[in-house]
Ligand binder design. Structure first.
Ligand SMILES: Nc1ncnc2c1ncn2[C@@H]1O[C@H](COP(=O)(O)OP(=O)(O)O)[C@@H](O)[C@H]1O
Ligand SMILES: [Mg+2]
Length: 415
């Protein structure tokens, strides 16, 4: 089997950082083990595990797993003189496999673990994520704007749930509420009592909620005062808010933009190193018309439109299941098609979404434990936000790998 593997699976993948490799040179293991050559030496994996890694694909991943692995670490279970495994409680005796990927994909874990367990793996599987994208702005790799031409279409709801869904996949995520005219992120994340604090009168600490680093114009000014700000003043204030927040290292900062396509939006789009924008619209003609303006605006300033979310697409009667297209049918997808933009999701108009938002417990949280195979209490809408997050991660990944990377090879071999 090993030579067959050698013939068919000599596979090269990119690696940006394999410094943390710990080769397992257990001679008892190497007889039927496969060497995974990394930048800092060989890691010996039981051949069956290596084969699983080489074959594994998942709709969540942009490529087969083997083409994505940046680093592999493996620790064999401790064995006694007779070669029997000790799977006792001692940490040092536990088998573990640690994989590093360039894309946050925590939801592949249950399927991958099942596949490994089927060939005898009994240990801990850890998935780590190392985004190869360079930091575009200080501690931020990607800035993604969530925008809409029109207010009230569900932009903040989408921004918050999307940020949570990205974080559930393993990305480090922040959320900036830049909607000067209606900052609603504090309510959506249960942070209404939060007051901004500064270590030095110049910088501001972000708040923290459900693992997200959060900043909101609402933590600083009374929205009643902010609404009189003119375009240049408002855009200046928002840029300052982003720049002066002490963001931790983040893979993605999601920005809940103010509605419209005026001065504020244009300035922010031009002055920030933005990776792309997600447009939120309802299928109504008025909203679509404004969404179209937003697409044009981003294109004019060379910001990729990463996709369109059609919110409140239909109302599904909880009693009979009948779907009613109150705001018109498929307007968002037709607009998206006309402009060559991907439709990331069509989200229903659902009382649950509004109630959970008002309660500061966004509905995306119902998918809290995606790495647990027994996650059967998934809300279908949480799964839709997951799907938006996955498409976005894939698009951002392709954006990065299209630019050349400094690479080191990880090679599967049985030499
Ligand atoms: N899909 C949905 N189903 C039901 N209510 C929604 C949905 N999306 C948003 N809402 C509700 O609609 C209102 C406006 O949404 P919001 O996200 O604040 O819009 P925007 O930020 O575009 O002004 C909020 O009360 C929100 O809870
Ligand atoms: Mg809003």
């Amino acid at each position: 089997m090993l030579s067959w593997l050698k013939q068919h699976f000599k596979h090269t993948t990119t690696a940006v950082d394999a410094a943390a490799q710990t080769p397992v040179a257990d001679p008892a293991l190497t007889a039927d083990a496969l060497a995974v050559a990394t930048a800092s030496g060989d890691v010996f994996l039981p051949a069956a595990y290596a084969k699983v890694l080489q074959h594994f694909t998942d709709a969540v991943l942009p490529q087969p797993l083997s083409a994505l692995l940046l680093a592999v670490q493996y620790r064999a279970p401790a064995t006694d003189m007779a070669g029997h495994c000790h799977q006792d409680n001692a940490q040092s005796a536990t088998e573990w496999l640690h994989l590093t990927l360039p894309i946050a994909a925590a939801s592949i874990k249950p399927a991958l673990l099942t596949a490994l367990q089927a060939v005898g793996f009994v240990g801990d599987l850890q998935l780590d994520y190392q985004d190869p994208a360079p930091r575009r702005h200080r501690t931020l790799r990607h800035i993604v704007l969530v925008a809409s031409g029109k207010g009230g279409v569900g932009k903040s709801t989408t921004a918050v749930n999307l940020a949570l869904a990205l974080s559930q996949q393993g990305a480090k995520v922040g959320l900036l509420d830049a909607d000067i005219y209606g900052p609603s992120v504090p309510t959506l994340l249960g942070l209404t009592a939060h007051k901004a604090s500064s270590p030095d009168e110049k910088h501001i600490h972000p708040a923290e909620a459900f693992g997200l680093a959060v900043q909101s114009i609402g933590f600083l000014v009374d929205p009643a005062n902010a609404t009189v700000w003119r375009g240049p003043m408002a855009s200046q204030a928002l840029l300052q808010l982003l720049n002066e927040t002490l963001w931790p290292e983040l893979d993605i900062l999601v920005v809940d933009m103010p509605p419209g396509t005026g001065d504020i939006q244009l300035t922010m789009a031009q002055k920030l190193p933005v990776s792309g924008a997600v447009i939120v619209t309802t299928p109504q003609d008025v909203a679509l018309c404004d969404a179209q303006k937003a697409i044009h605006m981003f294109r004019q300033v060379n910001i990729p439109v990463l996709g369109l979310v059609e919110n409140m697409s239909f109302y599904q009667c909880p009693a009979c299941g009948h779907a009613d297209h109150i705001f018109g049918c498929d307007g968002g997808s037709e607009l998206a098609q006309r402009h060559g933009v991907a439709v990331l999701a069509q989200l229903p108009l659902l009382a649950d979404i509004r109630q959970r938002s008002d309660a500061g417990q966004p509905i995306a949280l119902d998918l809290n434990n995606i790495t647990d195979p027994a996650h059967d209490s998934v809300h279908p809408v949480a799964a839709l936000y997951q799907s938006i997050a996955i498409q976005l991660l894939n698009t951002l990944y392709y954006q990065t790998v299209q630019a050349p990377l400094a690479t080191t090879a990880v090679v599967f071999t049985d030499d």
